[in-house]
Design a protein around this ligand. Structure first.
Ligand SMILES: NC(=O)c1ccc[n+]([C@@H]2O[C@H](COP(=O)([O-])OP(=O)(O)OC[C@H]3O[C@@H](n4cnc5c(N)ncnc54)[C@H](OP(=O)(O)O)[C@@H]3O)[C@@H](O)[C@H]2O)c1
Length: 290
């Protein structure tokens, strides 16, 4: 709680775009004092201008979740300005797309550096004070890819499965201290993440077009294209679920966002792995060769 203003303070990583930006704006509109972190100076300036125009209690700050010093400086700055962090939203992320065999070890590490180690880094920076105060919420922006894995998304999905495991551990470890960890699991929502996925997949173009997995890539891109076309859920819808999770007196361990998340939740409970695998292979056109 911000001592001077009596409002709750939220720090959101990757808040300069997409789901993070929508959450930052909605939370500020609902009276939270929001610190919206990101790397891009240009996107930060745009968000600061928007917040000023709307007179929202929102300010941006620079933070690269892959950099120890940058994270520590940003977290210290929030403590200096607001005294506390009541809610941390671990949202920054990107998706590398390539088959397990094709993806370079460097890209595997990059994927985990942002989506997993970045989350650990920011959480470790924020936790000591939350734990001492015996109050706080950590919201983890996972994905349906933290539950099931489409082809060519092994690295992204593995990073989200790792986030799920991390959150499961935090729920137990922080139980004595009244700090709650909540997973948000969105399905496909149109944001810039898809364009960035295309950009970081550039080095794999040759393999995508004519390597041994060419048909797997083709199925995967057409599956993603069809998800993009059908997706009706907006970043603002996801922001509303985040707000609900922050406000719930007894929050659930995980909240799905999008109809796909609801379907998958029940499919995972009711169907054997073989049936889910068959559904995924059908969706992405994966067939035996020869
Ligand atoms: N969109 C979907 O369909 C979907 C579905 C499920 C889960 N998610 C998850 O939702 C989260 C947000 O994704 P999005 O769709 O909103 O993507 P987005 O529009 O591309 O936004 C990603 C944000 O992360 C920030 N970011 C990336 N790398 C960073 C780093 N090293 N340090 C700090 N910030 C970094 C970017 O800001 P800067 O470039 O300014 O740093 C940007 O603000 C991700 O964790 C993603 O996995 C998305």
């Amino acid at each position: 709680m911000d001592a001077e203003r009596g409002t709750q303070t939220v720090l959101i990583t990757g808040a300069t775009d997409g789901l993070g930006k929508a959450a930052a704006l909605l939370l500020a509109e609902n009276g939270f004092r929001v610190f919206a972190a990101g790397r891009s100076a240009e996107k930060r300036a745009q968000l600061d201008t928007l917040a000023n125009e709307k007179k929202l209690p929102l300010e941006t700050l620079g933070m690269d979740v892959c950099d120890d010093g940058s994270v520590q400086r940003a977290v210290n700055l929030v403590y200096q300005k607001a005294g506390t962090i009541d809610v941390l939203i671990n949202n920054a992320g990107l998706a590398y797309v390539a088959t397990v065999e094709d993806m370079t070890m460097e890209d595997w590490r990059r994927q985990f550096e942002t989506n997993f180690f970045g989350v650990v880094r920011v959480t470790q920076a924020v936790l000591p004070k939350m734990r001492e105060r015996r109050s706080g919420r950590i919201i983890m922006i996972s994905s349906v890819s933290g539950l099931v894995t489409p082809p060519t998304q092994g690295a992204y999905s593995a990073s989200k499965h790792a986030m799920e495991g991390l959150s499961n551990a935090l729920r137990h470890e922080l139980y004595p201290f009244e700090v709650k960890t909540i997973l948000i699991e969105p399905g496909y929502i149109v944001t810039n993440i898809q364009q960035i996925a295309v950009e970081v997949a550039q080095p794999y173009q040759e393999k995508i077009k004519s390597g041994p997995y060419a048909k797997v890539y083709a199925g995967s891109w057409s599956g993603a294209k069809s998800s993009r076309r059908k997706s009706k859920t907006t970043p603002e819808d996801c922001a509303r679920v985040i707000l609900k999770a922050i406000r719930a007196p007894l929050p659930q361990a995980r909240y799905g966002v999008t109809p796909l998340a609801a379907t998958l939740k029940w499919a995972k409970r009711l169907l054997p792995d073989s049936a889910i695998d068959a559904m995924i292979r059908r969706r992405y056109g994966i067939m035996r060769e020869g």
